[in-house]
Design a protein around this ligand. Structure first.
Ligand SMILES: [Zn+2]
Length: 464
């Protein structure tokens, strides 16, 4: 996951915090390093990888540490598609907490990278490899921390459940691990709330400037705009041909904006990141918070793309396909329109609105793929206070910022099924330089150990 675009503005607002002086490597540094290396070096790409091998390797680590076999399960939805579910038993006084990380990684081609993506290297204070952040950092940390709790003899007030999943990076996979676990093994992972990826920290020139906690995600939904037409000879054109009709509809779409509004997450986020802005922005945030979304009132917000995407559902044409011959009018013209819905926006409303915007019986608007409606998670005082206090201790002066992601994580399935999910990792990286989903993925060694310590303390506090 990438940190939000808010971070740049933040650097101007807050003096960069100072990192905690004490070492965060912990007594289990060698064990953690070996778990991290093992997991990162198991290829878990869709093309040639196998998440079942990764799930079994992590299961063995937990069994070797003394977790009972009944509490460590590898569950496969198909060949090469494994998920791990493990449970550290508590007293049962409270409902369990679920720790989530995905084991699959985005494809990586050796010839494109400066180094072998599937060999973990430590160079100049960085760990480098595909998955060194996304999401094998959190996955290895959770495994190592569970082992550390076990060796300490810690008996939490609630069960600590770990779910390591498959196929998070594929948008519509039949083997999406979190979806599959919820549909087939819900009782094994049922929890009061979950901790997942999606909220990272941002460094600027090596100094932490914001610690994000992700509480909401926009919802991904694509549509096909399609025009069918008898076509005909291009020497005898008609103005209402398929391509022109489609183009007119797309221009109407480009000129349309869904109504803007705030939810508790974006309201809290804007309040923090616009602190140093002028009176126009402040007035716009206040007006929108009070439900006034007239274009003139909120112009100062809506004209910045990074803010605009947070306050409304957006749709944009992303692909075009039309015609069959240079000398004939098209019989079919199609556009793919990709929308990102606000977390509580109704997909039916979006479809109806698009039809209305296009307002042309010739353009058929067809929804594509599955929609995972996923409401924002409430700002639980238990989780928020724990995150704020541990962050304040580890990174004094660095603000904890609630965020709504433009993209999605496994949290979408959990939120949809009623399990509030919090994207928080304490894992800091330089904005745009981590290589997540791109080339030469890397994470600072110190930052990785800080994240391990942060999550160790967070889970211990939430579980007590
Ligand atoms: Zn991820």
């Amino acid at each position: 996951m990438r940190p939000g675009p808010a971070a740049i503005a933040l650097a101007a607002i807050f003096a960069a915090g100072s990192a905690a002086p004490q070492s965060t490597r912990g007594p289990d540094e060698p064990l953690f390093r070996s778990i991290y290396k093992e997991l990162v070096e198991i290829n878990t790409t869709e093309s040639g990888g196998d998440t079942a091998i990764a799930a079994n390797a992590m299961a063995k680590r937990l069994l070797d540490a003394g977790l009972p076999a009944d509490d460590v399960k590898v569950l496969s939805s198909g060949p090469r598609k494994g998920n791990l579910v493990a449970r550290l038993r508590g007293t049962g006084a409270k409902k369990p907490v679920l720790l989530v990380a995905h084991m699959d990684v985005v494809e990586a081609k050796r010839e494109d990278w400066d180094f072998d993506p599937f060999t973990l290297q430590e160079v100049d204070g960085y760990f480098r490899a595909r998955g060194s952040i996304d999401d094998k950092a959190m996955a290895s940390i959770f495994v190592a921390n569970l082992i550390r709790y076990k060796s300490e003899g810690w008996r939490p007030d609630r069960d600590i459940i770990l779910a390591l999943t498959s196929d998070e990076e594929l948008s519509d996979s039949a083997h999406d691990g979190m979806r599959w676990l919820l549909e087939n093994h819900r009782a094994l992972i049922d929890a009061e709330f979950a901790i997942n990826e999606g909220g990272a920290g941002t460094l600027r020139d090596g100094k932490p400037v914001s610690a994000n906690i992700q509480l909401a995600e926009k919802v991904y939904r694509s549509f096909r705009f399609e025009v069918k037409d008898p076509g005909g000879h291009s020497a005898q054109p008609r103005r209402d041909n398929a391509i022109t009709k489609l183009a007119e509809g797309l221009v109407r779409l480009a000129n349309f904006e869904f109504p803007a509004r705030l939810n508790p997450v974006t309201g809290a986020w804007l309040k923090i990141i616009t602190r140093l802005e002028g009176p126009e922005v402040k007035a716009a945030v206040e007006a929108l918070g009070a439900g006034d979304n007239r274009p003139g009132t909120i112009r100062a917000l809506a004209t910045r793309p990074a803010w605009n995407l947070a306050i409304r559902t957006t749709c944009v044409a992303t692909m075009l396909d039309a015609g069959h011959a240079e000398n004939a009018m098209a019989q079919t013209a199609r556009a793919t329109v990709n929308c990102r819905l606000l977390p509580d926006e109704s997909p039916d409303y979006v479809l109806a609105t698009l039809k209305q915007v296009v307002a042309d019986g010739k353009i058929n608007v067809i929804p594509l793929g599955t929609v995972v409606d996923s409401p924002a998670s409430p700002m639980s005082p238990l989780v928020m206070q724990a995150v704020e206090e541990i962050s304040a201790d580890m990174w004094p002066g660095v603000p904890v910022i609630p965020t709504q992601s433009g993209g999605y994580t496994d949290s979408r399935w959990l939120r949809k099924s009623g399990v509030p999910s919090y994207g928080v990792s304490g894992l800091f990286s330089e904005e745009g330089k981590s290589g997540v989903h791109g080339l030469n993925e890397q994470v600072g060694v110190k930052e990785l150990f800080d994240s391990k310590e942060f999550l160790y303390r967070l889970v211990k506090r939430l579980g007590s």
